[in-house]
Design a protein around this ligand. Structure first.
Ligand code: NAI
Length: 487
């Protein structure tokens, strides 16, 4: 069959960009992205898209109203579609069995039930959300148990591998597209139909076809491997700081081995985002459910190192500021979980801010893409503070980096925004209290320049002699040893 109309349920970070690119690359296919959230749909139909991704605005403006539509009319979009993507959120469960680890599939299930209720004729239902292995079987089960005499379905798994911040590039030129389906004739025909959509712009040899379970597990495995690499280099950063090795040099030397490769070896304050932690936890839970405790423990360590790294960075700041940040002003540069996105879900900056607020620090926060309200909402969340009013008193959101830094004791770089590298650091230094500290949690600033200006500089994964400073040959900006080991 030929796919002529696509419906995508879920107009989020995945559904929105993915379907915009499909519409852009396939002008003959009508693509309708639907969501229960009216505000989000209104934003997709406005000049202010609900998410920021480089290049997305142009693509949406080019196709919107032609073959790309955003709507809250879910029923109509389902009824007229040949193929339906389920692209709704699958957060970690916050209640009941598997709380804190298992993926919450209530939104996926509700989509499946809704499709079964309103669809007529034959539909290909594509699981785009990241789900535990065998979720497609549950969707199939719900659909077949509720199928009316005039409808039938084939369920495929087509996980999304885009990375936020580079979503459009990733979608236009993907490393691979993965499609899993049943081995039956009907299943293979459905795989072929979806494959024909992607092949309008993706080379056929990049379209991988597997059975459904391999496809579902591959997505969890890919995210677990990526998260594991970050935890691996971050674990090395702790050894570097304690020994005199430099994590950038280690990463370069290790990454030059072609078997290892040089990507994803940047030490940092830990990974964030809505996916890595959720998907690794999901994998851990799956292993436990399958009675594979050794495998579960192995992957759990990826999360433990990530938590350790966030805590370690905050402790480094506290230790360097003479073991107290109470009443001190600290500028946080960056709040998004990575550069080129306004997404703050599970951002490491949230945890660094939390640990500093727990010690009574005043935070002045600047991020080029995260709105003030979003920063405050994140830091007033019950998992971050049990006293939202107190948190509110400790936070100030600044409109530019210079205001954030003025009057501060220290700067902590939490997101690797390119613009931070080009700041006027002399101007910043002059506006800060002395000694003026910089804690570079992303290793992006011009460290020698900062040292020459007079900053005390601490960089993740660089040797921290005498209590916590990055030691430069030309600098004597070295701190006294910390006297207290923080928890
Ligand atoms: P999101 O939270 O940004 O968007 C999900 C959207 O689904 C929301 O707008 C919500 O209102 C809507 N929704 C939920 N239930 C609905 C229903 N029954 N009917 C209509 N709309 C409904 O989530 P995001 O980030 O787009 O993620 C979606 C899935 O894709 C998740 O499973 C995630 O793990 C996966 N994924 C996310 C990536 C990312 O970079 N954010 C990358 C790859 C996969």
């Amino acid at each position: 069959m030929e796919v002529k109309k696509i419906c995508c349920i879920g107009a989020g970070y995945v559904g929105g960009p993915t379907c915009s690119v499909i519409a852009y690359k396939c002008p003959d296919i009508i693509v309708t992205v639907v969501d229960l959230n009216k505000d989000r749909i209104n934003a997709w139909n406005s000049k202010d898209l609900p998410i920021y991704e480089p290049g997305l605005q142009e693509i949406v403006e080019e196709r919107r109203g032609k073959n790309l539509f955003f709507s809250t009319n879910i029923d109509d979009a389902i009824i007229s579609a040949d193929l339906i993507f389920i692209s709704v959120n699958t957060p970690t469960k916050t209640y009941g069995v598997g709380k804190g680890r298992a993926a919450d599939l209530k939104y996926v299930e509700s989509c499946a039930r809704h499709i079964a209720e309103v669809a007529t004729g034959f539909k290909i239902v594509v699981e785009k959300s990241t789900v535990p292995v065998r979720a497609a079987a549950s969707i199939s089960n719900i659909l077949s148990s509720n199928t009316k005499s005039n409808s039938s379905f084939q369920v495929l798994s087509n996980p999304e591998f885009l990375a936020e911040g580079t979503a459009v590039t990733n979608l236009i030129d993907p490393d691979r597209v993965l499609i899993g389906g049943e081995t039956s004739v009907e299943g293979q025909a459905a795989i072929e139909a979806l494959s024909n959509v992607y092949s309008k712009w993706v080379a056929r040899d990049r379209i991988i076809k597997t059975n459904t379970w391999s496809s579902e597990l591959s997505k969890l495995a890919a995210n677990a491997f990526l998260a594991q690499r970050i935890s691996s280099i971050n674990s090395m950063s702790a050894i570097c700081e304690a020994t005199g090795a430099d994590v950038t040099e280690v990463a370069n030397a290790v990454g030059r081995d072609s078997r290892i490769g040089n990507k994803f070896l940047q030490a940092s304050i830990g990974f964030g985002g809505s996916c890595f932690q959720k998907d690794v936890l999901n994998l851990v839970y799956l292993c436990e459910a399958l009675n594979l405790p050794e495998v579960a423990n192995y992957w759990q360590q990826v999360i433990e190192i990530n938590n350790y790294q966030r805590r370690r960075f905050a402790n480094q700041i506290i230790g360097s500021l003479y073991n107290t940040v109470y009443g001190k002003q600290i500028a946080l540069l960056g709040f998004a979980f990575k550069k080129d996105t306004g997404d703050t879900r599970e951002s490491s900056a949230i945890y660094v801010a939390k640990y500093l607020m727990d010690e009574g620090a005043h935070l002045k926060i600047f991020d080029p893409k995260v709105p003030r309200k979003q920063i405050i909402t994140e830091l007033q969340h019950p998992t971050i503070t049990d006293c939202p009013e107190k948190a509110r008193e400790l936070i100030e959101v600044s409109g530019d980096p210079y205001t954030a830094c003025a009057g501060s004791h220290a700067i902590a770089v939490c997101t690797e925004w390119d613009q931070f590298k080009l700041l006027d650091f002399k101007k910043i230094y002059d506006s800060m209290l002395k000694p003026a500290f910089v804690f570079d949690g992303r290793g992006i600033l011009p460290h020698q320049k900062l040292l020459d200006i007079g900053f005390k500089v601490s960089v993740i994964g660089k040797h921290r002699e005498n209590g916590g400073m990055f030691k430069s040959a030309s600098s004597n900006n070295i701190l006294l040893p910390s006297s207290r080991v923080l928890p």
